[in-house]
Write a protein of this length. Structure first.
Length: 149
């Protein structure tokens, strides 16, 4: 369906993204997932997803990380709010997400793909380039890493 600003049924969706950090053998590590559904299906990203009705952003962050990776977290701190405007092949906005990004610290659990993730793993923050992340995701991960664990 083509959407434009004249379509009043089109509203941004609020979602959370979580930069989950832990101290690893190779230095600071971040938890990444491979997305199984749009937007950005098949691409690597940080865990996160849509906020559900009646759920706080903090609750959404904890739930999404647990559902997608099996990992529990603590110490949520706001990093940034990002507008995700995703266009179709014709240049029309197909998806508009308002993403509230947090930094969190790993508590327990080893990553396993769950919910809409097809893979989940720890990656050294210094070695993100092979994962071809969205520029905004890299920026947010670096900002979260600067907050430390």
């Amino acid at each position: 369906m083509n959407r434009d600003s004249s379509d009043k049924s089109c509203k941004p969706t609020v979602g959370v993204g979580v930069v989950v950090l832990r101290a690893g053998q190779a230095g600071l590590e971040v938890l990444l997932i491979k997305r199984g559904r749009p937007p950005r299906a098949g691409e690597w990203s940080m865990p996160g997803g849509r906020q559900e009705w009646g759920e706080t952003l903090h609750e959404a962050a904890h739930r999404e990380v647990l559902e997608e990776t099996g990992v529990t977290i603590t110490g949520l701190k706001l990093i940034d709010v990002v507008d995700g405007l995703f266009r179709d092949a014709g240049g029309v906005i197909a998806n508009h997400l308002t993403l509230v990004d947090y930094r969190a610290v790993w508590v327990s659990g080893e990553p396993r793909a769950g919910d809409d993730a097809t893979d989940a793993r720890w990656v050294p923050v210094a070695d993100l380039s092979p994962f071809e992340l969205w520029d905004e995701t890299i920026r947010v991960i670096k900002a979260g890493a600067a907050m430390g664990v």
